[in-house]
Structure formats: C-alpha cells, structure tokens
Design a protein around this ligand. Sequence first.
Ligand SMILES: NC(=O)C1=CN([C@@H]2O[C@H](COP(=O)(O)OP(=O)(O)OC[C@H]3O[C@@H](n4cnc5c(N)ncnc54)[C@H](OP(=O)(O)O)[C@@H]3O)[C@@H](O)[C@H]2O)C=CC1
Ligand SMILES: CC(=O)N[C@@H](CCC(=O)OP(=O)(O)O)C(=O)O
Length: 344
Amino acid sequence: MVKVGIVGGTGYTGVELLRLLAQHPQAEVVVITSRSEAGLAVADMYPNLRGHYDGLAFSVPDIKTLGACDVVFFATPHGVAHALAGELLAAGTKVIDLSADFRLQDANEWAKWYGQPHGAPELLDEAVYGLPEVNREQIKKARLIAVPGCYPTATQLGFLPLLEAGLADAAHLIADCKSGVSGAGRGASVGSLYSETSESMKAYAVKGHRHLPEIRQGLRRAAGKDVGLTFVPHLTPMIRGIHSTLYATVVDRSVDLQALFEKRYANEPFVDVMPAGSHPETRSVRGANVCRIAVHRPQDGDLVVVLSVIDNLVKGASGQAVQNMNILFGLDERLGLSHAGMLP
Ligand SMILES: NC(=O)C1=CN([C@@H]2O[C@H](COP(=O)(O)OP(=O)(O)OC[C@H]3O[C@@H](n4cnc5c(N)ncnc54)[C@H](OP(=O)(O)O)[C@@H]3O)[C@@H](O)[C@H]2O)C=CC1
Ligand SMILES: CC(=O)N[C@@H](CCC(=O)OP(=O)(O)O)C(=O)O
C-alpha cells in the first residue's frame, strides 16, 4: 500500500485527488493539509466523500508527518512546492507537484512568467515533466514529478504525432483552447462568479499566457527544433473541460493522418483516437482520465485540424497525477483511473 500525503486538500485538484484515490486499491491517503480548515473532518467539508475517509481530518502542513509518507502530492498555488519539496526528498519521500513550480526547465523563464524568483532552481535538473505519453521511462525512475498543466496536456497530445513525424510546419502552429471555469481554481474571484461566466464566452491572455512557454517547451522537444505557436485560451460557461482546436499546415499531403495518430497512441491507455470524421465532446471525458482526439483535414487541403478534449481536473491535473504515481511505484498505470466519462 502506497502511503499518500496531500498538501492543499481544499482546492478543486485536492478534492479530485481524494475522489480518485478513494477507488485506488493500492493507495491510502494518510495526511491531508489545509491551514484554514485544520481539524475539520474531510467528509464534513466534502459530503461526496462520506464513507470513504472516515477518521481523516485536515491538518496544518508539517514536514515530519508528510515526510513519513511514500509520496506527497502538492495541490497548492505556485511557490509552495518550491519551499517544501527539497526537505521531503531529503526525507526519502517522492513528490508529485500539480502546480507549475517545476514544469519549466529554465528558472529565469519561470521567474519571467510567474512574476517571482524560482524558489528551488537546484531541483530543476532532476524534475521530470509528468506527461506519461512522452516521458514514461523517466517517470519510473523519478523522485520529483511536475504534472503538466491542463491546456498544455490537451494541446501537446494533439500536436505530438504531427511534430514527431516531422509532418507539420512547426513555425506556424495555432492552439485555440476553451476551458471550463473550474480551471481557475476554487478561490473566490469576481471573474469566476456565475453571473460573470454563464451565458457568455471570452478569450483572455491573448498577449501571452503562462502555459505558452510550457507548451512551447514540449513541442520544441517533439519537433527537435524551435516552434512558432499562437495560443489563445477562452473561458467558457461549463464547469469542467478543455477543448483544444489545433491548426497546423502539413508538409506532405500523402500521409494517412488517421493511421499516424492511431499508431502513435495505440499503446496508450488514456489517449483515445476517435474514428475519422469524429467531433469529441468535453462531456465524454468528464470525470475520466482520458484525452479524446480526432484529426481532420478539411477539403483535403494542407491544413490539419486536431480536436483534443480532456477534463481539466482529471487528465489535466489530478488523474494525470495519479497516473504518474502508478508509474512511479511500479503499479498498473490504470489503477484507480477506470472511470468512464459522464453523458449527459
Ligand atoms: N484547477 C485546475 O483545473 C488546475 C489546477 N492546477 C494547479 O493545481 C494547483 C491547485 O489548484 P486548485 O486545486 O485549483 O487549488 P486552489 O488554488 O483552489 O487551492 C489551493 C490549496 O492549497 C492550499 N494552500 C494555499 N497556500 C498554501 C501554502 N502557502 N502552504 C500550504 N498550503 C497552501 C489551500 O489550503 P489552505 O490555504 O487552507 O492551506 C488549498 O487547499 C494550482 O497550482 C493550480 O494552478 C493544475 C491543473 C489544472
Ligand atoms: C480557466 C482558467 O482560469 N484557467 C487557468 C489555467 C489552469 C491552471 O490551473 O493552470 P496551472 O495548472 O498552470 O496552474 C488560467 O488560465 O490561469
């Protein structure tokens, strides 16, 4: 049994970790932290978890109790894992960080996009970017894993087959992405109010979003050269879900793109390449650790359109984090992650 600690148990990704781990046959959550809710029983805050975590209550973060766990998940704002990861690693505890603290390999780039100095640059060399479809072998040996962001997961999985095969014009990629409101976290803000987000939709951060350098880093690696990417996120009136519509120009029209995508993901338990002509819906992955992809070439032209959907809280965060844990501890990668999506 893997002994699990969670720092930041009251946010959306924290409670999603609890929901998924409640069904995990080889993991037991023994510590869950919240400074504001310390002492409160988990099931008193989250009634959906009644009967699953009897006796487990939030506690203030404490290195000694967290360091007694086999693995600690950070479901916290940026900067928290910087401060605590080193001590946990020294105690022999593995760290899976859902925040962006260790996603960018360049500390200066991180500081530029996150507006504060990188708090643990000495750990960057050993941090592994936790996208299993790319880094499975490194994840197996890792001590510190950076779980990819939600937009970066959907966008990279959609572009990877084209770039790895050298089939796309890497200088002109476009990612037009829509997110549900839970992507903004559970903290109260005017922009997340029901009356601000329902019955309306808008783009934001067109000038530059902090996921841009993360996506570029992954795509550069897949292409083996610099990439030019325009990334436009949108906020949409749904709670969960990311829908990425990706555009690239193909350099060879003769290639069977459907076969290329099917072959690339044939052995991936959590990437579903849909039949030719499909239009994946975000609700088909709601609650599921799945990225569902369809590839199109409208009017048989040069432009490829890839549609990629995930649940931002599952394959875009907590599900992917559990998938990383399974790989890290030599377990079946699918354990605790077999939920289907929810229709309607
Ligand atoms: N929402 C999403 O779709 C996704 C989110 N993420 C990332 O996951 C992380 C968590 O996001 P989300 O679940 O939305 O969380 P929230 O930001 O809503 O919640 C944060 C949690 O962290 C705790 N916390 C805050 N500050 C500290 C601190 N200094 N020390 C210890 N604990 C702290 C809070 O509890 P308390 O203050 O009581 O201690 C709370 O439980 C973020 O980095 C987010 O960017 C990643 C992918 C997708
Ligand atoms: C809808 C919405 O606001 N989404 C968030 C991104 C989701 C997220 O949490 O990003 P990290 O994983 O990098 O923390 C945003 O645009 O900032």
